[in-house]
Design a protein around this ligand. Structure first.
Ligand code: F6P
Length: 557
């Protein structure tokens, strides 16, 4: 494994520093001076139309960013990832989410095994299961078909499935719903099951490791809920045999640890495997997406995977100067490292993408929130951004004020589709067009702002002119697609996966481990006895934690 290149020592970094220092952002002037600016900075990846022209770039900046990518060996690192080299060095693993969407007939030998036939074997098993549930062939313990699948998982075993399920609502089979239990707050399991019929409910326990406290606790709670309800109604007898029979009909699992699945009491026949080379936050396209495959069906799921694959090919094969994920990743580096942007907004103008920003938070922040490089040495520059967002136009009436007129630079990605899921009209107005008018207006307002003279020309009293000035020059990227289909949702996810990868390569970090979440997990286990009343354990805590736990114990009824 090569050593990470310190990006700050490269000639491209020096050039970018000079370009940054010499830049006077002027999107109004730049657009006025160059009628082809939009064309020059618009790129196509798969079905995605990506306009970078409202970013704070010119041809020199873009070419220096591409040089930076060359000088940190982005292409070699990318190729190493696609080839299955162990680029996740701290866990000594290949990083092969891209293999999950390679079509049948591809071949990729990793550590002596061709992984593609294995991928398709599992996919076939997931699809066969999905068909059985969808057709009513899979029945619960009392012979009724399944109407609700409940995915129990957290992090990558939840955020991807729930986001995609929400995004693809129009593709969900009528009469079938999915729910998602993730939080160990008992409210989650209680609320999500309270109106369900156990006879028609099937739980999918999704956990890569099958050791995650939240997921295993919730799975046990769900099993208790199922058996208690079935016994109360007389649907099953008391006793272990009846319980085993009911669990076999109402629980399946997805994991890389099939031995642990069996130990939990789920028949390995009803389990779908995957591999340690799939990171949790990169796993929605593995068997972790089983709840989605059931809901939208195998054909749509296959289209979803084809969307990922189209962007994988684009990322793997397109020269960097027009490689959309690479350019977007490099732009993020430009803003984080030169403009000191600490956050990045993702603003989908598509209600069905309402969980997309939450999904991206894990993808980007668990991947790139690192302070050491993959050789263990400290990073040499800032890494990572806070990703956040809400669907437009809700965000407009909440936090856009800060983006337009606040003191921080917040680069933003705006995402919209041409064809709505629900083409409603309000009188003579096509409501989707009103919606998209907002999408177009916001990026224009952010880019071009409004000068004091323009404000005055509207007759605004002088005293409030400053408050009504919009400085403009707020960078945005506009991503458009024909419609929110399974394919395009796959394309969007793969786009951000490769953006995240590109940033990680520049910073020299391992974007595929997540040691930062471990300490809190360990401490929770240590503190649990203190919370339950063990005074000795309580005495070992710091004074703040002791007081907080004492307060809890004094208040708990
Ligand atoms: O939060 C840490 C993490 O390991 C994530 O990376 C992962 O997606 C999540 O926990 C769930 O893990 P598992 O699928 O093993 O239950």
């Amino acid at each position: 494994m090569s050593q990470p290149v310190d990006p700050t020592t490269t000639p491209a970094w020096a050039r970018l520093t000079a370009l940054y220092e010499g830049m006077e952002p002027d999107l109004r002037g730049w657009f006025a001076a160059d009628p082809s600016r939009s064309k020059s900075f618009t790129f196509i990846a798969g079905d995605l139309y990506v306009d970078l022209s409202k970013n704070l770039i010119n041809a020199d900046v873009l070419s220096a960013l591409v040089d930076l990518a060359d000088q940190v060996d982005l292409v070699a690192r990318r190729d190493a990832m696609f080839a299955g080299e162990h680029i996740n060095v701290t866990e000594d693993r290949a990083v092969l989410h891209t293999a999950l969407r390679d079509p049948e007939g591809f071949s990729l030998v990793v550590d002596g095994t061709d992984v593609i036939p294995e991928v398709h074997e599992v996919l076939a098993k997931v699809y066969a299961f999905a068909e059985k549930v969808r057709s009513g062939e899979w029945v619960g313990v009392t012979g009724k078909p399944i109407t609700t699948v409940v995915n129990i998982g957290i992090g990558g075993s939840d955020l991807g499935p729930v986001m995609v399920y929400e995004a693809l609502q129009p593709y969900v089979k009528p009469g079938l719903q999915a729910r998602f239990i993730s939080n160990i707050d008992p409210t989650d399991v209680a609320e999500k099951t309270k109106d369900l019929d156990p006879e028609t409910t099937l739980f999918i326990v999704a956990s890569k490791t099958f050791t995650t406290l939240e997921t295993l606790t919730n799975a046990r709670l769900a099993r208790t809920w199922l058996l208690d309800r079935l016994r109360e109604s007389g649907a099953i007898e008391a006793g272990e045999d009846a319980a085993r029979g009911a669990v076999a009909k109402h629980f399946v699992a997805v994991s890389t640890a099939l031995d642990k699945v069996a130990a939990f009491g789920i028949d390995p026949e009803n389990a779908f495997g995957f591999w340690d080379w799939v990171g949790g936050r990169y796993s929605v396209d593995s068997a972790i997406g089983t709840s989605v495959a059931v809901a939208i069906g195998p054909d749509n799921f296959a289209e979803f995977l084809a969307g990922f694959h189209a962007i994988d090919r684009h990322f793997a094969e397109t020269e960097l100067a027009s490689n959309v994920p690479a350019l977007m990743g490099l732009l993020n580096v430009w803003y984080v490292n030169f403009f000191k942007a600490g956050s990045h907004a993702v603003l989908p103008y598509a209600q069905f993408l309402h969980r997309f920003p939450a999904y991206l938070q894990q993808l980007t922040m668990e991947s790139n929130g690192k302070s050491v490089r993959y050789d263990g040495s400290p990073v040499t520059t800032a890494t990572g951004e806070v990703f956040w967002g809400e669907p437009g136009t809700n965000g407009q009436h909440a936090f856009y004020q800060l983006i337009h007129q606040g003191t921080q630079m917040i680069p933003a990605d705006f995402i919209a589709v041409a064809n709505p899921a629900h083409p409603l009209v309000d009188g003579d107005n096509d409501v989707h067009e009103l919606f998209l008018a907002n999408f177009f207006a916001q990026t224009a307002a952010l880019a071009f702002g409004k000068t004091a003279d323009e404000v005055r020309a509207e007759g605004t009293p002088e005293a409030i002119v400053p408050a009504r000035v919009f400085p403009g020059n707020h960078p945005t990227t506009s991503i458009m697609a024909p419609e929110l289909s399974p394919r395009i949702v796959g394309e969007l996810i793969a786009l951000y996966e490769h953006i995240t990868f590109t940033e990680g390569v520049v910073w020299g970090i391992d974007s595929f481990d997540q040691w930062g979440v471990e300490l809190g997990k360990q401490l929770a286990l240590q503190i649990a006895p203190a919370v339950s009343g063990d005074d000795e354990a309580l005495a070992k805590q710091d004074s703040s934690t002791q007081s907080l736990i004492s307060y809890y114990r004094s208040q708990r009824k």
